[in-house]
Ligand binder design. Structure first.
Ligand SMILES: Nc1ncnc2c1ncn2[C@@H]1O[C@H](COP(=O)(O)OP(=O)(O)O)[C@@H](O)[C@H]1O
Ligand SMILES: [Mg+2]
Length: 364
């Protein structure tokens, strides 16, 4: 083999190794770090000129892995430091068996490859450390954490309940069509159907809450979106004899958001506002824009919040409505959506009377 051919062959081995190590790192499970490091030593071993006579090892304070079981008695080795955040964390070493007199050297490229892989391992360890810190930070944020864990649990429950509910609804509809003559039974079946529909809505909210619905962020003019949501509740406002006023002076306010989720925010807040409004009470919907944010305010003239309730209203299942009327999920959903848009929501008692919700959403 010519020198050029040999060099090329070595280069290909090196590139293959870099590629392999990147994919190994990409698939790392932080709990199986030792397996990852072992896989890296194996991949790197193959890239050396004399793989059969080479052993690669990675040692950090917690683990020590080798590419093979060969005893290392040679004095011949090259190594590279593994660092995270500039601190020494371990070593990547390649040993060469010196029995063969002609091949007892490493190529300069091999040292470079070693350095390169050591860097990759370092950033992998950094990444894991950052993740770990994030996790513990998250645990500290108890409130947020609770919402999250609940989300996971409810996702499972919601799925389990959805199928039997669909069956209940289906069979009830069947019975209904057989019962045309029996007025009392018809009414009873209707109750079953109404209740099943109500439960299905709860399940929908649960699924929503646990982020089962994909989010679709896009650049939107939120003025028509907001106005549409209000319009859809027009009949409800009239039925409950509640008045409303829209204070939006811009024709266009652009921001990056999921339009359906934005409607969901308005919807949930307005439904609460209507519910807690006295007869002839006024609900005010306001949207303003600053350079970087949009500010949405929804206020009513109802009873407002007690200090005790105010700290709980965003918690899932917290409701002061009578059984069967409230799921206590509306504001949790709103809170979740606002958070996923990197915004904030604050609830307060209005100066005179009633509740006021202020939502701030970044424009991009
Ligand atoms: N506009 C409001 N005025 C007074 N209290 C409110 C208002 N909106 C929400 N709340 C309080 O927050 C609770 C939780 O609201 P929500 O999460 O939407 O659940 P639900 O509407 O099912 O009760 C309500 O039961 C109520 O106590
Ligand atoms: Mg509600």
């Amino acid at each position: 083999m010519s020198a050029a051919e040999t060099a090329l062959k070595e280069r290909i081995k090196e590139l293959t190794c870099l590629y392999e190590v990147s994919s190994i790192i990409g698939n790392t499970d932080a709990d199986l770090l030792e397996d990852t490091l072992k896989a890296i030593t194996l991949s790197l071993n193959k890239a050396f000129k004399n793989p059969q006579k080479t052993t690669v090892s990675i040692t950090t304070e917690n683990v020590s892995v080798f590419s093979n079981n060969r005893t290392i008695d040679s004095s011949f080795s090259i190594q590279s430091d593994i660092k995270t955040f500039n601190d020494h964390r371990g070593q990547l070493t390649a040993y060469l068996e010196v029995s063969d007199e002609t091949h007892n050297t490493f190529l300069p490229e091999e040292q470079l490859l070693l350095n390169n892989i050591a860097l990759k391992i370092g950033s992998l360890l950094e990444h894991i450390e950052i993740k770990k810190n994030e996790t513990s930070l998250r645990r500290q944020m108890q409130h947020v954490g609770r919402l999250e864990i609940l989300g996971e649990i409810t996702a499972g429950i919601a799925h389990e309940i959805n199928t039997p509910l669909a069956n209940i609804l289906g069979f009830a509809e069947l019975i209904k069509s057989d019962l045309k003559a029996n007025k009392q039974s018809l009414e009873d079946v209707d109750k079953i159907i109404q209740n099943a529909i109500f439960s299905r809505e709860v399940v929908k909210k649960l699924m929503f809450f646990s982020c089962e619905m994909p989010q679709e962020m896009k650049q939107i003019n939120c003025v028509p979106t907001i106005k549409n949501a209000i319009k859809l509740l027009d009949a409800t406002f009239r039925k409950e004899q509640v008045k409303y006023k829209v204070n939006i002076h811009d024709d266009e306010i652009w921001l990056r958001a999921d339009p359906i989720q934005l409607q969901q925010i308005i919807f949930n807040l307005l439904i609460n506002a209507i519910y807690f409004s006295p007869k002839n009470g006024l609900v005010t919907i306001e949207a303003k824009t600053t350079k970087k944010e949009i500010i949405l305010k929804i206020s009513d003239e109802g009873k407002g919040f007690s200090t005790d309730d105010l700290s709980k209203i965003f918690q899932p299942f917290f409701t002061t409505k009578p059984i069967g009327e409230g799921s206590g999920l509306g504001l949790s959903v709103v809170h979740g959506i606002v958070a996923s848009h990197k915004g904030s929501i604050v609830a307060k008692n209005n100066k005179n009377k009633g509740a006021i919700f202020t939502i701030t959403l970044p424009k991009d």
